[in-house]
Design a protein around this ligand. Structure first.
Ligand code: XIL
Length: 355
């Protein structure tokens, strides 16, 4: 009896390790690599010393992006000083594990330092500050960051397709207010000067479907491409709420953008679920979540110009959704808080593997 128990134990252990069938289950990374896709995730440097975090990250992804480390308030804490320590730590991890790095983000209206937002600068001064910021940060990571979100969320939240009023556009702006998207153009040109090899993206929220906001971005990108402004891609953030994604419209939108010759990266995907006070979601919601990951991955994979799928974190232990929703939503990512793969993980992995 003891022997049978021992043999059973050994066989079970071997099977769990993947030797039972002779084929170990592919990781997400392996499935993506085989199909030429980039599979990425947002990363927080403080967590890199956690073994389960670091090993899951290296095993499952071939790309990463600092979640906050390259935002102004962290990388440019004082007018005359830059702090690259967090960003460098993340890049170092990526290099050691053969991963590509996306940069996020050079121009945004949020997470800016007080010295920038509370001081009254003239437009001329702001233009100088912004040019120096873009060239210093892109220059520091030249050849290390292959793609940058140059400008993030420059269009309004009302979805009428107008540019958002920000410090960079018109409060007081960098001197190009009233000239449509020319301040955005200027930022792309500065970034391109600092690293001509880097792919330059415009990144946006809630423009994944065809709507007035994505229409306006489409018009801007078409204009940029026609006039030779250096733009290579558009990032669709893909923060999905209420378990609802209009996949047909997203697919149509990917098609029209890639038709302009730019790439689409899905940059910040998560699918937030209602959670109880322990942070647990319902089983049926986890299944529906898996369907959404699968359907959106399928939509991306069906257009050759959609080249990256990135999630906004990978374990439910660390996700912005909790604080963003006052803890009413969560469980938005591929792994649970104990780094166990969720149905969403299997759905995404199998979709990549089937390509
Ligand atoms: C979020 C981060 O995840 C949080 O850690 C931070 O506190 C706030 O910003 N769109 C973006 C991201 O482009 O930069 C945001 O990231 C989420 C929404």
């Amino acid at each position: 009896m003891k022997w049978r128990t021992l043999v059973f134990g050994l066989v079970t252990a071997a099977w769990c390790l993947g030797f039972g069938t002779g084929v170990r289950d592919q990781s997400l990374r392996e499935a993506a690599q085989a199909s030429g896709m980039l599979i990425g995730t947002a990363v927080r440097p403080a967590q890199l010393s956690e073994v389960a975090y670091a090993s899951t990250l290296a095993r499952e992804f071939n790309m990463l992006e600092p979640e906050d480390s390259l935002k102004w308030e962290i990388v440019h804490p004082e007018p005359q000083s830059f702090d690259f320590s967090q960003g460098d730590q993340i890049i170092d991890f990526a290099v050691r594990h053969g991963m590509k790095v996306r940069g996020h983000t050079l121009v945004w209206h949020r997470q800016n330092p007080k010295w920038l937002t509370e001081e009254k600068y003239t437009s001329g001064e702001l233009a100088q500050i912004l040019e120096k910021h873009i060239k210093t940060v892109v220059g520091h990571y030249r050849g290390k960051i292959f793609a940058w979100d140059v400008v993030n969320e420059a269009f309004d939240e009302l979805h009428v397709g107008e540019l958002r009023s920000t410090i960079w556009l018109n409060q007081p702006g960098i001197g190009l207010a009233g000239n449509g998207s020319s301040y955005i153009e200027r930022c792309f040109r500065w970034a391109h000067e600092a690293d001509p090899q880097a792919l330059l993206f415009y990144n946006e929220a809630e423009a994944e479907v065809v709507n007035p906001k994505s229409d306006a971005i489409y018009a801007m990108v078409r204009d940029f491409r026609q006039r030779g402004v250096p733009i290579d891609g558009v990032g669709f953030q893909m923060h999905i709420e209420n378990l609802h994604a209009d996949v047909a419209s997203i697919s149509t939108n990917i098609k029209r953008f890639t038709g302009l010759g730019v790439q689409i990266h899905i940059t910040e995907m998560d699918v937030a679920l209602p959670v109880d006070s322990n942070g647990n979601a319902r089983a049926e919601d986890l299944q529906r979540q898996a369907d959404i990951y699968r359907e959106l991955a399928t939509a991306c994979l069906s257009h050759p110009g959609c080249t990256a799928i990135q999630t906004w974190g990978f374990t439910d232990k660390y996700s912005w959704i909790g604080s963003h929703s006052k803890q009413t939503q969560g469980a938005a990512l591929l792994f649970d808080r104990n780094y166990r793969a969720k149905p969403a993980y299997l759905a995404l992995r199998n979709t990549l593997a089937a390509r």
